[in-house]
Design a protein around this ligand. Structure first.
Ligand code: FPP
Length: 237
């Protein structure tokens, strides 16, 4: 496959932890714990493939509606992950970042996020972006509010607002849009993920549950991506 056909930014909806665990007669929690292994394996593999960015949907705004004990566990897992994965981030020259309403996360989690961002800010390899307390509609609303505020302050006129203005007010302002969106667990939906940014992303859904998602599945997705023609609404000569 030529370098042109390789995705530069992959985004993943990591779904199916609960079903993976249930099928094996375990609690949902075991599924999330195993899901963290897949996060580590896929992150390392993407960095090794010199991807520019990997964005992982780790906790959505909608996830707050889960039982309290599950939310508590996800937050503890996240904190442990942020601490434990520092060597992975360092050894793979990864720049760590986050998108979402981070202010809504527990303070101890925010503290670890800030450390990972600070410690990895000079790394020059792949960007690893975790979407946390993230919602695609909320992101668009936040952008609209920030733009409205600029207009109200007289810093921008209505006529100046265009798609670029929105792009620059998204959480992803300084990132390229995903080329490939992978969803594990088989459901054919977007679940409020990166609504603005995936306008032209190629979608690839696999029935494989996230804890079972391995290098070979990633490679299958990348191969399939390479065989597609991206036309962006135009025609190929
Ligand atoms: C969906 O499984 C997955 C999530 C709720 C978020 C992903 C979380 C992880 C991979 C573990 C923690 C991540 C980090 C980065 C520490 P589900 O529970 O919706 O599965 P189901 O659809 O089978 O119920």
């Amino acid at each position: 496959m030529s370098a042109n056909n390789l995705p530069r930014h992959i985004a993943i909806i990591m779904d199916g932890n609960g079903r993976w665990a249930r099928n094996l007669g375990m609690t949902r929690i075991r599924g999330h714990i195993r899901g963290v292994n897949s996060v580590r394996d896929i992150t390392t593999e993407c960095a090794r493939k010199h991807l520019e960015q990997l964005t992982l949907y780790a906790f959505s705004k909608e996830n707050w509606s889960r039982p309290r004990y599950e939310i508590g566990l996800l937050m503890r897992l996240l904190k442990r992950y942020l601490i434990k994965e520092r060597p992975t981030i360092k050894d793979n020259n990864i720049r760590f970042t986050v998108i979402g309403q981070i202010e809504g996360l527990p303070e101890d989690v925010r503290k670890e996020i800030a450390i990972n961002i600070e410690e990895s800010k000079s790394n020059t390899g792949m960007i690893l972006c975790l979407a946390l307390n993230y919602g695609g509609r909320a992101e668009i609303v936040d952008a609209a509010k920030a733009i409205a505020s600029d207009v109200a302050k007289g810093e921008m006129s209505l006529d100046e607002i265009d798609e670029d203005t929105f792009k620059h007010h998204m959480y992803t302002a300084d990132m390229r849009d995903p080329d490939l969106l992978i969803r594990t667990g088989g459901d054919m939906r977007i679940s409020n993920f990166l609504l603005w940014e995936i306008s032209y992303a190629e979608l690839w859904v696999t029935p494989v549950y996230w804890p079972d998602f391995k290098k070979e599945h990633l490679e299958e997705a990348i191969r399939e991506y390479g065989s597609r023609e991206r036309r962006y609404g135009g025609l190929i000569e």
